[in-house]
Design a protein. Structure first.
Ligand code: A2P
Length: 270
C-alpha cells in the first residue's frame, strides 16, 4: 500500500476537475472513527449539510467516496468525520493521512440534508447514528439553523461511549465559541445514546421513539407535523425505520425541489 503523498510529489497525477487540498489536522477517536480537516478552495461553495466526493490517489487511480461536509458553510477549512474500514477501498488509505498530505475533492457538492428542503417549523430533530452525525456537525454550527428553529435536537446513537466523543466535543466547542455560543443559546439539545455498553442513555433511537423514552427524557411532546421537522442520517436500515416512524406521525418526506417535513441521507462510506 502506498503512503499518502504530499501535493508536490504527485501533482502531475491529479485528475482534472478536482481540487487538491492539504490536510491541516487529524484526530483519531477510536479504532473505527477519525476526523480530519483540510484547506478549503476559495471558489468552493456549499450549503451546510451537503456532501462532496472525497478521494485519494491509490496507485495511479483516484478513489472517491461521498462524504458529508462536517464543517459549516462559513468555515475557512473543511472538516470530515470518517469511519475506518480495514479493507475499505478509500478508508483503508484515508485513515493513514497526516497533516500536509493531499486529499482530492470533486468540485460540486450536493445533498438533501439542507434547511431549504424543509418547510418552516419550530423544532428540528437531527437523527444520527455513527458517522451519520457529520452533516449535523455542519448544521448545528450554522447560525441559519437557529434563525429558522426555536429548538434543535441532535440525537446520536453509537455502539460504544467512546464513539460519542466527536459529538460531545462539538457541542462543547459551540458552547465556548465566541459568536456561536450567543446565537445558539439554549436552543441546541444533544441526546446521545449507546447500544452495546452501559451508559445512562441506552438503546436504538428507533426503539426510544417507539417506546416514548426519547420524548420523556427530553421533556417534549410526541411528533407533531405542524411543529416538528426531521433530518435523518445513518445506515440504510436506520433510515428506513426512522422514516417509517416519522411517517406514522404524519410527517412527509421533502426534497430540494419540494420542501416538506423531513429529509433523509445515507451515511455511505466504506
Ligand atoms: P446496534 O448496536 O443495536 O446495532 P453501526 O456502528 O453499525 O453503524 O451502528 C451505529 C448505531 O446504529 C448502533 O448503535 C446500532 O445499534 C444502531 N443501529 C443499527 N441499525 C439500526 C436500525 N435499523 N435502526 C436504528 N438504529 C440502528
Amino acid at each position: 500500500m502506498n503512503a499518502p503523498a504530499k501535493t508536490e510529489e504527485f501533482a502531475p497525477a491529479i485528475p482534472a476537475g478536482v481540487f487538491a487540498e492539504t490536510v491541516t489536522s487529524v484526530q483519531h477517536y477510536t479504532d473505527r472513527l477519525f476526523r480530519f480537516r483540510m484547506t478549503r478552495p476559495e471558489s468552493f461553495r456549499f450549503r451546510s449539510g451537503e456532501f462532496a466526493m472525497i478521494g485519494l490517489m491509490v496507485g495511479d487511480k483516484p478513489v472517491y467516496r461521498a462524504y458529508s461536509i462536517a464543517s459549516p458553510s462559513w468555515d475557512e477549512e473543511l472538516e470530515f468525520f470518517s469511519i475506518k474500514v480495514p479493507d475499505g477501498p478509500l478508508t483503508s488509505h484515508l485513515q493513514q493521512i497526516q497533516v500536509g498530505d493531499t486529499v482530492l475533492m470533486r468540485k460540486k457538492p450536493t445533498g438533501t440534508l439542507v434547511l431549504d428542503a424543509l418547510t418552516p417549523g419550530k423544532r428540528l430533530y437531527m437523527f444520527s447514528t455513527g458517522t451519520g452525525i457529520a452533516p449535523f456537525a455542519s448544521l448545528i454550527r450554522d447560525p441559519e439553523t437557529y434563525e429558522k428553529f426555536d429548538e434543535v435536537i441532535l440525537t446520536h446513537t453509537c455502539r460504544e461511549v467512546a464513539e460519542l466523543k466527536y459529538g460531545f466535543d462539538l457541542v462543547e466547542e459551540i458552547r465556548n465559541h465566541e459568536f456561536l455560543a450567543e446565537v445558539v443559546g439554549d436552543k441546541l439539545r444533544h441526546y446521545a445514546t449507546v447500544t452495546r455498553e452501559d451508559y445512562p442513555f441506552q438503546g436504538r433511537i428507533t426503539d426510544l421513539i417507539s417506546n416514548g423514552k426519547m420524548f420523556a427524557d427530553l421533556g417534549v411532546p410526541r411528533f407533531d407535523p405542524a411543529i416538528d421537522r426531521g433530518m435523518i442520517c445513518g445506515s440504510a436500515a436506520m433510515l428506513k425505520e426512522t422514516k417509517a416512524l416519522l411517517e406514522q406521525a404524519g410527517l412527509t418526506e421533502g426534497a430540494n425541489s419540494k420542501p416538506a417535513e423531513f429529509v433523509i441521507e445515507r451515511a455511505f462510506v466504506d
